[in-house]
Every structure is written in C-alpha cells, then in structure tokens.
Design a binder for this molecule. Structure first.
Ligand SMILES: Nc1ncnc2c1ncn2[C@@H]1O[C@H](COP(=O)(O)OP(=O)(O)OP(=O)(O)O)[C@@H](O)[C@H]1O
Ligand SMILES: [Mg+2]
Length: 232
C-alpha cells in the first residue's frame, strides 16, 4: 500500500516582493514499510518536502496524500488529528522541553491521547535507543547525540505510520548511528515508512532508495534507485 504520495506538488514562499519556488512540481510515492532517503544541497527543498508530508504546511499547488487519505484540503483541526495519528517527527533541532526528563519528553506526544500511555512504553523506547540509564535525566544533562536519541524515541511513542527525520544521524558517532539506523530498520519491519533527509552516506546504505532534490526539483541522477512518479 502507498503510505505517502506527493502529486505535482509545488511550494512557493513569498518574502517581501520576492517569490521563492522551494518545490517545483514534484511527484513522490513512498510505500508502506519503505525507507527512502532524501539528499540534496542546502536550500534544495528537503525540509519543505518533509513539512508538507508531515502536514505542517500546505502546497501552493498539487496534492498531498498521507496514510491513504488526501489531506490537501482538510481543515486545520483534521490535519492536526491526522498528524497525531499517522506522523512521527524527528526535527533537525530536536525541540526537547528543558524542564521535562527524557522519559517525560518521550511521553509528551501522548498527552492528548484518549487512552493514556504508561511510562513503561516510554522507558522501553528509550532502552531501544540505548538510553535505558538516562530516563530521568533532563535535556541539559544529556549530550547532543543523546538528545537526538530521545527525540527519536519520542517520534515512535504514538506508533506512527510514517516517520519523518531531518538528519537522523547528524550528531551521532559511527556506532550510535548504526544502532539508530538498526532501530529505524526494525520499525520499518512493522510497516512504518521512513523518510530521512540526510547528508550521511550510511543512511543511504540502509535506505531502500534515495531521491535527490536540486533547486526544488527531483533530480534524475539517481534514477536507478529513485522511483519517481511521472517517469516512464
Ligand atoms: N518560510 C520561508 N519563507 C521564505 N522562503 C523560505 C521559507 N522556508 C524555506 N524557504 C526557502 O525555500 C528554499 C528551500 O528551503 P528548505 O528549508 O526546504 O531547504 P533544505 O533543502 O532543507 O536546506 P538545508 O539542507 O539547508 O536544511 C530555500 O531557498 C529557502 O530559503
Ligand atoms: Mg533543511
């Protein structure tokens, strides 16, 4: 089944009297359980693409289908609901809350759930990213890579269908990167799709395929691995 579909998506930003085309008519399909890495130079539209898939932003034109549902014209409240059900995020800057412990940060996205998630699951996820002995630490008591791993555990707490990560291994040493990529590969086995923006060749190794953005367009330079809609 298709987990994510971008159909003819264009995103333009207006700033002052200048208009920036961040994404220019792109087509992308990601299957359930597929791991896609997204590469490309700074400013090429990678984060813009994640924000659209994560329903944090709307396209200027084109359609965004997530979890089998076209979310393009959904109301803001429906999108928020859908985002909570379907999407897990690991942002470039983690956004951990400083006055919550690692465990409380991981549990945070469940605050609005109808059924409460107990701390056991948060602890289990922290264990899986190698932080079983840091659950009661506050963010300022954690290293950069440890914070990143808390953010990864947090992204999985609501069992998302689609996991979006911006530089998932950006702050990690080789061993920890491998561990995290191993964990990401494991969640994929349960049908979770992963879209990872990265500059790290190791992420590409773990991914099923890589798509490359250049100036807001999907580049053909890797068409051997990129299955990009609209191509013959
Ligand atoms: N809110 C905004 N207003 C105006 N222009 C924006 C906005 N957000 C992004 N842009 C522009 O859109 C283009 C794509 O930005 P984006 O953040 O998607 O790039 P990126 O590929 O993630 O880059 P990086 O690797 O540096 O994170 C850039 O030229 C950027 O300046
Ligand atoms: Mg970016």
């Amino acid at each position: 089944m298709t987990a994510v579909e971008l159909i003819g998506v264009t995103k333009e930003y207006e700033s002052g009297d200048r208009r920036v085309t961040a994404l220019d008519d792109i087509n992308v399909t990601v299957d359930e359980g597929e791991f896609v890495s997204v590469i490309g130079p700074s400013g090429s539209g990678k984060s813009t693409m994640l924000n659209l898939i994560g329903l944090l932003d709307r396209p200027t034109s084109g359609r965004v289908v997530v979890g089998g549902v076209d979310a393009t014209d959904m109301s803001e409240s429906r999108r928020t609901e859908k985002r909570g059900e379907v999407i897990g995020f690991v942002f470039q800057d983690f956004y951990l809350l400083p006055n919550l412990t690692a465990e409380e940060n991981v549990r945070m996205p469940t605050a609005f759930n109808k059924s409460r998630v107990d701390s056991g699951r948060a602890r289990e996820l922290l264990g899986r990213v190698g932080l079983g002995d840091r659950v009661d630490h506050y963010p300022n008591e954690l290293s950069g890579g440890q914070k990143q791993r808390v953010a990864i555990a947090r992204s999985l707490i609501n069992s998302p269908e689609v996991l979006l990560t911006d530089e998932p291994t950006g702050n990690l040493d080789l061993d920890t990167s491998e561990r995290i990529l191993g964990e990401i590969s494991k969640v994929r086995e349960t049908g979770v799709s992963v879209i990872a923006v990265t500059h790290d060749p190791m992420v590409e190794e773990y991914a099923d395929r890589t798509v490359e953005l250049v100036d807001g367009r999907l580049s053909d330079s890797r068409s051997d691995t990129a299955r990009v809609g609209g191509e013959p």
